[in-house]
Design a protein around this ligand. Structure first.
Ligand SMILES: [Zn+2]
Length: 273
């Protein structure tokens, strides 16, 4: 009997326990290696040619309005990108009622507002009542609501994911057509990249003083991480946190021209959070 017991202990000690350790740590490694860093998520992020510098100072009470790109233009050419998974790899759309881009634009926009409020920002989200509005000057479109907000001195930021492959340019801030770019523009531009003035001839949003943030191309790591239910929320949190941090950083005029945010603005000192 005791020989049998010793044999069992021996098995546990020399076979099952090491097996457990190997399994435990290899599965951890698999999970963590799939959540890539912020910088990798946004690649390719080469310079986009934006030479502008946002210098106008803003108040900490600056009213910020977040808009989800294409929220009022589903079912036509302006619906936003389907993303690489759907368009190239035949994956099912995240929601059959909308483009994958809008699906992620909505999720990220709401999260930015949620985190921004928690960090003390004067921030809100506008969602049009219907998903298709033919007339861009209709009172309920993103453009109309965003441009009114900007005219009153607020900051309107429309969230987008760029197209995959050769159809997209990558992440970056598309500035409004204005001489008054501010330190929040500067900070977001330093984190995500700067598109030139009059990008694509001065987009409808830019002419209406709405900033466009192309978060990244809907392909590769970024799209895989968003679509993977194990890490989707973490990926959205990572993106939203970096956007909110950039906004807050931009409100600190002393900090925004400090060389630190050039490094990607990821690990900001706690004073700015
Ligand atoms: Zn878009």
């Amino acid at each position: 009997m005791w020989i049998k017991n010793i044999f069992i202990y021996y098995c546990i000690l020399y076979f099952l326990f090491p097996l457990f350790i190997v399994f435990r740590f290899s599965s951890l490694e698999t999970n963590s290696s799939r959540l890539v860093e912020f910088e990798t998520l946004l690649s390719p992020r080469k310079p986009k040619g934006g030479k502008w510098i946002g210098q106008k100072l803003v108040k900490k009470s600056l009213p910020i309005l977040i808009l989800a790109g294409h929220a009022d233009s589903q079912g036509n050419l302006g619906a936003g990108t389907l993303g690489e998974s759907v368009a190239v790899n035949n994956a099912k759309p995240m929601d059959s009622q909308m483009s994958d881009e809008l699906f992620w634009n909505l999720k990220l926009s709401k999260l930015i507002v949620q985190i921004g409020k928690r960090r003390g920002l004067n921030i809100s989200f506008y969602d049009p009542p219907v998903r298709y509005i033919k007339d861009p000057n209709n009172l309920n479109t993103n453009w109309t609501v965003g441009s009114k907000h900007s005219l009153k001195g607020g900051y309107a930021l429309e969230i987008h994911f760029d197209s995959y492959g050769k159809y997209g340019a990558g992440s970056g801030l598309i500035p409004p057509v204005s001489k008054n770019l501010n330190t929040v523009d500067e900070s977001i531009g330093k984190t995500f990249g700067k598109f030139p003035f009059l990008f694509r001839g001065g987009l409808g949003a830019s002419r209406r003083q709405i900033r466009i943030l192309e978060v990244g191309k809907l392909e590769g790591y970024l799209e895989k991480n968003l679509r993977d239910s194990n890490i989707s929320q973490k990926t959205l949190n990572l993106l939203a946190n970096n956007i909110v941090k950039s906004i807050i950083f931009g409100m600190n005029e002393k900090a925004v021209f400090n060389p630190l945010p050039d490094r990607g603005n990821i690990f900001l000192p706690a004073i700015y959070l």
